[in-house]
Design a protein around this ligand. Structure first.
Ligand code: RFL
Ligand code: PHB
Length: 394
């Protein structure tokens, strides 16, 4: 057994874990990252594409904004189109003065790995069998194996950044942990295609289900269609995907969509989930480890960044000023922003998807919600503010 000591052990080398490691390192706080997968695997995952202004600014503030500002695309908002109704634009630029940023999670993770390697970070990839010990004491530890070697890391704190399926959340006793969940009866089937995208990010409501147009760069488009949870990607040939997508978009847009062979295809089930509290003893959860939002609204990665902002500030206060004020407030503060995002993405999910068990009353409410957006500036402003997310709290 190799015995190692550090200040903060970070479980998970996704965006939350790597960003936390980067910020702590630059603040002189020693940390070690444990990632179950290989770096190649982490970098091959295709996920988010849209950053809120606060998340984009955080990346700039920590010295990781250069490639984002050069290659990402500033967007004034996101379009909604609706079968047989006028289009609507969530105009974040107009109402809040702030644009969104289109820059893929894959690129952000590449930038993070590059910066962490440049700075000589301690990252154990392919760390298997991670177990968490003694989080109710001031001497917690993590054990794991890498290849044939066994390790024990003792630290002051453990940051659980290991996503929805990781072990960190489960380490909080069930007597303390409260979980809130909504599982939707559908998923998003997403494909990547090497063709120029539409100008805007667009959610399309259609009575048969939602469709979405997204983008990564001028030669890479990402499209989604709502599918039943029971479907698998084998049910979806490229031809069936394109037929469905084009059918769900209005003609003037579907005629502009450039189709082609998919280079990636996957189904993500939709879920809303929050685990409270986000800390227990010396363990602090951040990102998908503590909460999941459905992709409608593009909040998941953004919440990972706001958690990391709050947690890194709390740890810096602890080490540099001897104050635990922010550590004690971490869960409460992070959860305020989490629930706001849960609310927005749940509302947008209801607005834009067909629910198999819905009735005509549900449809009338949905149409009324959309008509309010079309006609009321107060609703337009409110949604724009929700879409950019709450500002980070002092
Ligand atoms: P991640 O990215 O899941 O990373 C967690 C890491 O922990 C590792 N891990 C372990 N490591 C060690 N030991 C263990 N036992 C471990 N178990 C797990 C994992 O291998 C992984 O590397 O969580 P993190 O860092 O909290 O980041 C969260 C984001 O990835 C997620 O919220 C977003 O991708 C969600 N999301 C979107 N978010 C946005 O803000 N904007 C978007 O436009 C957006 N679009 C999306 C999305 C997610 C999607 N899918 C596939 C779920 C679109 C899709 C389709
Ligand atoms: C994406 O770019 O993949 C994306 C954008 C907005 C969403 C979900 C996914 O709401």
């Amino acid at each position: 057994m190799h015995n190692i000591k550090t200040q903060v052990t970070i479980i998970g080398g996704g965006p939350a874990g790597l960003t936390l490691s980067h910020i702590l390192d630059h603040a002189g706080i020693e940390n070690i990252v444990l990632e179950r997968q290989s770096k190649e695997h982490v970098l091959s995952r295709i996920r988010a594409g849209v950053l809120e202004p606060a998340a984009a600014q955080l990346l700039r503030d920590i010295g990781l904004g250069e490639r984002m500002d050069a290659n990402g695309k500033s967007k004034d908002g996101t379009k909604i189109v609706w079968q047989d109704r006028p289009d609507f634009f969530i105009d974040t630029k107009k109402w809040t003065g702030q644009p969104m940023m289109a820059y893929g999670q894959t690129n952000i993770t590449e930038d993070l790995y590059e910066a962490r390697e440049r700075d000589g970070a301690q990252i154990y990839t392919e760390a298997k069998g991670v177990q968490i010990h003694d989080i109710d004491t001031s001497d917690p530890s993590v054990t794991f194996t890498q290849g044939t070697e066994q390790y024990k890391i003792s630290s002051d704190y453990i940051a659980g950044c290991d996503g929805f399926h990781g072990p960190s959340r489960q380490a909080i006793p069930t007597s303390v942990r409260k979980e809130y969940e909504r599982v939707y009866p559908f998923g998003w089937l997403g494909i990547m295609v090497e063709k120029p995208p539409l100008e805007d990010f667009i959610y399309a409501y259609h009575k048969d289900g939602m469709a979405m147009a997204a983008q990564r760069n001028p030669m890479l488009s990402r499209y989604y269609v709502q599918v039943p949870t029971s479907d698998s990607i084998d049910d979806w040939s490229d031809q069936r995907f394109w037929d469905t997508l084009l059918h769900r978009f209005p003609e003037e847009l579907s005629s502009k969509i450039q189709t082609g062979p998919s280079i990636e295809k996957s189904i993500a089930p939709l879920r809303s989930f929050v685990s409270e509290p986000m800390s227990f003893g010396t363990l602090f959860l951040a990102g998908d480890a503590a909460h999941i939002v459905p992709p409608t609204g593009a909040k998941g990665l953004n919440l990972a960044f706001s958690d990391v902002y709050y947690l890194s500030r709390a740890l810096q206060h602890h080490y540099s000023e001897g104050s635990d004020h922010y550590l004690e407030k971490y869960s409460e503060m992070a959860l305020r922003r989490v629930w706001a995002a849960e609310n927005t993405s749940w509302w947008l999910t209801k607005l834009l998807h067909y629910f198999p068990d819905e009735d005509k009353f549900d449809q009338k409410i949905r149409e009324n919600d959309y008509d309010l957006l079309l006609t009321s500036e107060d609703h337009q402003r409110a949604l724009a503010y929700e879409y950019i997310g709450l500002p980070f709290e002092d």
